[in-house]
Design a protein around this ligand. Structure first.
Ligand SMILES: Nc1nc2c(ncn2[C@@H]2O[C@H](COP(=O)(O)OP(=O)(O)OP(=O)(O)O)[C@@H](O)[C@H]2O)c(=O)[nH]1
Ligand SMILES: [Mg+2]
Length: 697
């Protein structure tokens, strides 16, 4: 493939709620461009983009695919992202490196929770957006209703540039409002289309919508607006430059229609992308940070500038290795270069560079500013890292990956695999930062966290396929805490006399509760040296050790104040050890007398669902001991904010998915610790005792 100048490149991400047709659209685009000679189907597992076993099996996208095609003397890099909510991190990565997002909308169900989510990401990454209303061939498809919903949610900048003649079964033609003509497509998947004059009965509607488009263009540029006011119309030239500018500056979100599965409206979208989506050349500056001072660096986004690129996705191919997909923002990346990874403070050698279309790979020798490709066998580069010229270092903005929403414990199926599992999980995290794994020494469990159950199921499978180890998933333990509500004054006396030198330590401590989060405080209130100063740190230490072991159920004690106010010593038998034991004894006794309680972690949970599920979701949250904090309407959605104990959130994403037919999503964040209700606390304490007995057997 020839090296395209920046103006001839387009970087486009396909984004939407799950299953709207992104992969089918990508397939039709590659077919129309001659990259493939048959139109594959997601249903048959034959698309270029969904080429991994998991994707073929489940008929959904799991990875962002880096695809490309040539169209009318342009090269388009196409990122087909997954829509399933477990893989939203992929969408983040993709939107970080494209100029334009094509937002697919289901012509039947309109704006969905996932649409809102990807829209928010696109907004944060400041990407231009083009709507493609897909599935126009489906029963109950409605262009008008969908456009109204888009305007309602995303504002009046939403402007149709096409409209369909017939919806549902007979959909195969639409009016092109830019060129004012009728486009009629074949329904055989070939993508062939003929153009003709707009039929008389559609003329008025076409004129009206064309005028709306003209107004939108005029409003997005002051000069054009002035001419429009003076002359009542705008020139063809202004129409074109105005539309381009409006889209680039996010003042116009054009709406196109089609049916990706039948390759209808796809060529016209491809034309639209090369004609009206911004090219990398329209963003002349790359902004990054000086790796030492952290100060902003601005450099030219051109092939002549020093090289700066960002790795946005790592795809692991069995038996081949890792492909690190990257976008060059300035300069040229060449095979043989030694480049700097400022995030890891290491260097990487650029071996083979490939451009990809699913499993199809073509080797290239270099990649210039604005373009994308992938490089194999990097040593230590993660998704979101910069690769740059060693002599001109720069740190580009990384990728904001979503926080985990699910935690599960893993246990090896066979003993002795622990280390391999640890290495495997770490490697998977490096490839996919939305997955986190860590051994929790307190719970004595390896806890893995991710974006949903499917996400973790896929991690487990990778562990098996790639690292040859199998794990079972288990319910993770909850990091409870112990504390007191009352106050106690107690003596701890440790005295041993067994021939030779004895042991003697005697302390009185006052144990009081502190506010949540205030931690532990030790106060030395000894007067007159009844406990010599040199032993006092030992008392403190004894208390702290007892606190980590816990008293009620073996969980760490928090938020207590211990005051050492009296005691006695023996000039020969006293020692640090004896006072440490005395402190610990006093603490345990005092703790039990001071109204001990268990604390549990409470999470802030935010659930977003279409209105019709509000009742079910609230009822379910209450049954999980959740306390509703508020409900806000956001268009057709309701956002419920609640505080819910972590212990009740196990498998929540799955329950929510089934409760809302996949139309609800949730986010969670640790909030605070709170007292466990008495009946539940009793069960936890009994279970802890049982476990301890079992261990001691
Ligand atoms: N009738 C009809 N079905 C379509 C159309 N586009 C896609 N489909 C079907 O919808 C299903 C999902 O299509 P995909 O292309 O996998 O959708 P996606 O957006 O890539 O899905 P995810 O990547 O999992 O979010 C498949 O069964 C497609 O055959 C369309 O225009 N009309
Ligand atoms: Mg897909």
């Amino acid at each position: 493939m020839k090296d395209y100048s920046m103006g001839k490149l387009r970087n486009v991400g396909l984004i939407s709620h799950g299953g709207v047709g992104k992969t089918s659209l990508a397939e039709a685009m590659l077919f129309n461009a001659g990259e493939t000679n048959r139109l594959g189907k997601v249903e048959d597992g034959t698309t270029v983009s969904d080429c991994h076993d998991d994707e073929i099996e489940r008929k959904i996208s799991i990875n962002t695919s880096l695809l490309h095609y040539e169209w009318k003397h342009h090269k388009v890099n196409l990122l087909d992202t997954p829509g399933y909510s477990d893989f939203l991190g992929e969408v983040r990565g993709a939107l970080r490196v494209v100029e334009t997002g094509v937002v697919l909308i289901n012509a039947v169900s309109g704006v969905e929770v996932g649409t809102e989510q990807v829209w928010e990401f696109a907004e944060e990454e400041d990407a231009s957006r083009i709507f493609f209303i897909n599935r126009m061939d489906k029963e109950n498809a409605s262009f008008e209703k969908t456009v109204d919903m888009l305007k309602d949610r995303f504002g009046m900048k939403v402007v149709p540039v096409q409209f369909p003649v017939k919806e549902g079964d007979g959909f195969h033609s639409f009016v092109d409002l830019i060129h004012k003509k009728l486009v009629t497509c074949t329904t055989d998947g070939s993508g062939k289309a003929t153009e003709s004059a707009i039929p008389a009965d559609l003329k008025d509607k076409a004129d009206e919508l064309h005028e709306k488009l003209v107004e939108a263009i005029a409003e997005s540029d002051d000069e054009i607006l002035e001419k429009y006011f003076e002359e009542g119309k705008i020139s063809a030239e202004d129409f074109k430059t105005g539309l381009l500018k409006g889209i680039k500056e996010k003042n116009i979100f054009p709406v196109l229609v089609g049916a990706a599965l039948h390759n209808i409206g796809v060529k016209e979208l491809m034309d639209f992308i090369v004609n009206f989506a911004p090219s990398p050349a329209e963003f002349p500056e790359v902004v990054g940070q000086d790796i030492k001072s952290g100060e902003e660096i601005v450099r030219k986004a051109s092939p002549d500038a020093p090289m700066a690129s960002l790795v946005f996705k790592i795809i692991s191919e069995l038996h081949v290795g890792e492909f690190s997909c990257f976008r060059v923002f300035s300069g040229v990346m060449r095979v043989g270069d030694e480049v700097l990874n400022p995030n890891q403070n290491s260097t990487e050698k650029i071996g083979q560079i490939y451009i990809l279309n699913g499993k199809n790979r073509k080797e290239v020798s270099q990649v210039s500013a604005g373009d994308m490709a992938s490089v194999v066998k990097l040593k230590n580069t993660h998704a979101g890292n910069t690769l740059c010229d060693k002599k001109e270092p720069i740190l580009l903005k990384g990728i904001k990956f979503p926080e985990p929403v699910i935690r599960v414990a893993v246990e090896p199926k066979s003993k002795g695999d622990e280390e391999k599992i640890g290495v495997g999980l770490q490697t998977i995290h490096e490839e996919d930062p939305t997955f986190i794994s860590r051994f929790d020494p307190e719970l004595r469990q390896t806890i893995i966290q991710g974006q949903g159950e499917l996400h973790l199921a896929i991690v487990v499978r990778r562990l098996k396929d790639k690292f040859g180890v199998e794990v079972d998933l288990a319910e993770p333990k909850i990091p409870y805490r112990e504390t007191i509500k009352g106050k106690a004054e107690v003596q701890g006396k440790y005295k041993r006399q067994s021939g030779g030198r004895g042991q003697y330590g005697d302390v009185w401590i006052r144990l009081e509760s502190r506010n949540r989060g205030e931690g532990y405080e030790f106060v030395d209130a000894i007067v007159g040296g009844v406990v010599p100063g040199k032993y006092i740190p030992a008392v403190d230490k004894g208390i702290q050790e007892a606190m980590t072991e816990g008293v009620l159920a073996g969980y760490p004690v928090v938020d207590v104040k211990a005051t050492l106010y009296d005691g006695s010593y023996h000039s020969v038998d006293s020692s640090d050890m004896a006072f440490k034991i005395a402190g610990s004894m006093a603490f345990k006794k005092a703790f039990l007398e001071a109204k001990p309680i268990l604390l549990e972690p409470i999470y802030d949970v935010e659930v977003k669902v279409p209105e019709e599920y509000l009742g079910d979701v609230m009822g379910d949250l209450s049954s999980r001991r959740g306390k509703i904090q508020g409900i806000d309407a956001e268009g057709p959605f309701q956002i419920i904010r609640a505080k819910v104990p972590l212990a009740e959130l196990y498998r929540y994403s799955t329950s929510l998915r089934s409760m809302t037919q996949g139309r609800g999503i949730h986010r969670r964040k640790f909030s605070h610790y709170e007292e466990v209700p008495r009946d539940i606390a009793e069960k936890i304490i009994a279970a802890a005792k049982q476990e301890k007995e079992n261990e001691n057997k």
